[in-house]
Design a protein around this ligand. Sequence first.
Ligand code: JB3
Length: 214
Amino acid sequence: MGRMPVILIGGGGHAGVVLEVCRAAGVPVVGVVDDDRACPVATAADGVAWLGPVDGFVMPPGTGFLLAIGDLAARARVLAAMDPALAVGLAAGAVVHPSATVSGTARLGDGVVVMAGAVVNRHAKVGMHGIVNTRAVIEHDCRVGANSHLAPGSVLGGGVWVGEGTLVGLQAGGLPGVRVGDGCVVGAGAVVVGDVADHTRVVGVPARAVGAAC
Ligand code: JB3
C-alpha cells in the first residue's frame, strides 16, 4: 500500500530538500502551504501546487503534513498555532531518504525527516517533527526530543540525549553520554563534552556556554 500523500508546511530551501526526500522515498507531495505564494517550492519547475497561507489552512482528508520550515522557533510557532490534536494526529509518518541508514530497532516519530546519507543507529529514538539532516549521525541509544534539528554532518555519540527544540549545528558533535537540554543551540563545529542546561548556546571545542539560546 502506498504512503499517505503529504502537504509541506513551508516552501523554502529546506522544503525543497524535504520535497526531494519525499520523492526519493515514494511519498506523494500534493502541495505546499506558505504565506509567500512565490515561495521557491511552489515556483520551481519541479515544484508543487501552492495551497495557500499557513494560518487557517485546513488539511484535506487523507493527507498528512510535514513541517518543512528549517527555523526551529518558526516550526514551534506553527505547531503552537495548530489544534494540538491535528499537530499530532495529522503529522505524516517519518520520511527517510533511501540512501540513509536507519536501524530496524530505531524509532522515528511522526513528522521526522531523515535526509540523504544520514545514520540512525541501534535503539536510537527521534521525537516528532525532528530533522535528521544530510549525513548526520545519531549513534546507538540516543534520544532526540521533538522538533530538534541535527544539522548536516552533526554526530551524536552513543547514548547522547538531546532535548526538544534544540539545534545541533553543522558538523557539531556530542561525546558519548552527554545530555543537551531543551531549546539549546550547539554552534557549528562545536564538540559537547559535558551536559548542557536548557536554553543554552554553546560554541567551540570543547563547547563552552556563551549565553542563552534565544
Ligand atoms: O542549512 C541547511 C542545510 N538548511 C537550512 C534550513 C535548516 O533552514 C536552509 O539553508 C535555510 O537556512 C533554512 O531553510 P528554510 O526554513 O526553508 O528557509 P527559507 O528558504 O527562508 O524558507 C522559510 C519559509 O518558511 C519561507 O517560505 C517562509 O515564508 C516560511 N516561514 C518562515 N518563518 C514561516 C515562518 N511561515 C510561517 N507561517 N511562520 C513563520 O514563522
